[in-house]
Each structure stands twice: as structure tokens, then as C-alpha cells.
Write a protein that binds this ligand. Structure first.
Ligand SMILES: NC(=O)c1ccc[n+]([C@@H]2O[C@H](COP(=O)([O-])OP(=O)(O)OC[C@H]3O[C@@H](n4cnc5c(N)ncnc54)[C@H](OP(=O)(O)O)[C@@H]3O)[C@@H](O)[C@H]2O)c1
Length: 245
């Protein structure tokens, strides 16, 4: 191997990860630090965010507590943010209900978290000029945006909007040499899927729909995120990457 040659490395890059206190976001923060990034980790839960920070490799990482649906928190997060070379908009929630039974407040909660908060944060970071030239935006959408299942309309629609938003960002920020892409994970083993809606039997049956007969692991999404943050994906923008099998 040629010494020092690794376009997949994140050495020298500073990366913001939202939803870093759990699941995919936590694994992304940890894996990014292992690949050499300085991580800015954000989430709402102080204890779990602290656990993520304790698991990071290397020095200089920062944690910032923020509720991304709260305008003041977003303003403070962006003002405390150092210059970054990439961000991963990963924070998200799910609520399941058939369309006829959708509750207005749940619909708003899902869109405010999964979609509107991402618009607001992206806009604030770009207006504050915190993203370096050559930076990369990664938006965690979902396979649910394309493969809809009954009862998942709120979540699916919010994630479809996010996938589209990634393409808009790719267009608008290309003049600044900033790339933007969406990742669409299949089902991943995280607390998000342990909310007791699906029975253990339903989950086992669902796993049989996957080629490898299992759900993904959080770090298997993180590795795709790292590719899109790294220089190895320097000529990839405005795309969606499905991470599923
Ligand atoms: N798991 C899957 O199967 C799967 C599949 C496809 C896509 N995804 C997407 O991947 C992302 C991560 O999911 P996950 O499975 O890792 O979920 P998770 O374990 O439930 O973690 C969700 C994260 O989002 C944060 N969050 C939620 N609302 C927030 C808010 N208002 N402000 C700030 N942070 C907030 C949470 O922070 P706190 O806990 O600190 O409040 C937590 O860190 C989500 O966008 C999800 O839709 C997941």
C-alpha cells in the first residue's frame, strides 16, 4: 500500500453529526473519529451524547446540546460551530398511523424534525459561512421514502422531501464547491425501531425480505456516510445512495 495514500480518510476534516446521541448518528460520530475527523456531535440527551463523546477516538471533539426544532437552539448551535468540512443531518423521528388516523400534532412533529429542521439548520450554517469550500452535506433519508408501507405515510413523506432537498442543495451550493447527497438506509438495528409498534414475529418475517436476511447495523450506514464525506466521493453530488440489501 502507498504510504499515506487514503482518499477515504477524514483526517484534517471537521464534521458535524446531528442525532449523535443514539443509533446511526452515534455510530457515524464514532466511525468518523476513527477515520481521523474532528467531530462536532449534537443531540438533545446530555447523558447519551456524553456516552458518544466518551467513545470517540482522538482529540478536539466538541459536543453541543440542541433541540433542532427550537430556533434559539439552532442559532446557538451554529454560533458555537467551528468551520466545518461536512455535516450529517441524521436526527429524525418516526410516528406510525394510517392516513385516516393521522393526528395533526404528530404530522407536524415528524415534519418539523425530519424535514423543516434540516432546512433551517442547512440555511443557518450556509448563511453563517461555516461550511468550507469543498465541503460535503449528507442527509439521512430512508428507503421508506420510496418503498412505502401501510401506516408509515408521515415518516415516508417527510423523508421523500428530505431526499429532494438534498438535490436542491447540490444545485444551489455547487458554485461553492459544496456537494450534497442523500443516504437511504433500509431497516437498521437502532432504538428507533424498538418502539414496540412491530411485534418480534413481524420483525423476523420482515428480515427475510432482505438478501442477507438481517437488518443493517448502525456502522454499516456510517461507512457509507464516510464515503460521501471523504474526498473519495469528490465527483458525487445530487445523488441518493441506497444502503440496503
Ligand atoms: N433505524 C432505521 O431503521 C432507519 C432506517 C432509515 C433511516 N433512518 C433514519 O436515520 C436517522 C437516525 O435514526 P436512528 O435509527 O439512529 O434513530 P435513534 O436511535 O432514535 O436516534 C435518533 C436521533 O435523533 C435525535 N433527535 C430526534 N429529534 C431531535 C430533535 N428535535 N433535536 C435534536 N435531535 C433530535 C435524537 O436525539 P436525542 O435522543 O438526544 O433526543 C437521536 O440522537 C433518522 O433520521 C432515521 O429516520 C433510520
Amino acid at each position: 500500500m502507498m504510504e499515506g495514500y487514503n482518499p477515504y480518510s477524514l483526517a484534517g476534516k471537521t464534521v458535524l453529526v446531528t442525532g449523535a446521541s443514539s443509533g446511526i448518528g452515534r455510530a457515524t460520530a464514532i466511525e468518523c473519529s476513527r477515520l481521523g475527523a474532528t467531530v462536532v456531535a449534537t443531540g438533545r440527551d446530555e447523558v447519551r451524547l456524553g456516552e458518544t463523546m466518551a467513545a470517540l477516538t482522538g482529540e478536539g471533539h466538541v459536543s453541543i446540546l440542541a433541540n433542532l426544532t427550537n430556533a434559539e437552539d439552532v442559532a446557538r448551535l451554529v454560533s458555537e460551530l467551528p468551520q466545518i468540512d461536512g455535516f450529517v443531518c441524521n436526527a429524525g423521528i418516526t410516528r406510525r398511523r394510517p392516513v385516516s388516523y393521522v393526528k395533526e400534532e404528530e404530522l407536524r412533529e415528524v415534519f418539523e424534525t425530519n424535514t423543516f429542521a434540516v432546512f433551517t439548520l442547512t440555511k443557518a450554517i450556509m448563511k453563517a459561512k461555516k461550511m468550507n469550500r469543498g465541503g460535503s452535506m449528507v442527509f439521512i433519508s430512508s428507503m421508506a421514502a420510496r418503498q412505502v408501507t401501510p401506516g408509515n405515510a408521515m415518516y415516508a413523506a417527510s423523508k421523500a422531501a428530505l431526499e429532494s432537498f438534498a438535490r436542491s442543495c447540490a444545485q444551489e451550493y455547487a458554485p461553492m464547491q459544496v456537494r450534497a447527497n442523500a443516504i437511504l438506509p433500509g431497516m437498521v438495528e437502532t432504538p428507533l425501531n424498538k418502539q414496540g409498534v412491530l411485534s418480534a414475529e413481524m420483525i423476523e418475517r420482515d428480515k427475510q425480505n432482505y438478501l442477507l436476511k438481517r437488518y443493517g447495523k448502525p456502522e454499516e450506514i456510517a461507512w457509507a456516510v464516510i464515503y460521501l464525506l471523504s474526498d473519495a466521493s469528490a465527483w458525487i453530488s445530487g445523488t441518493s445512495m441506497m444502503v440496503t440489501c
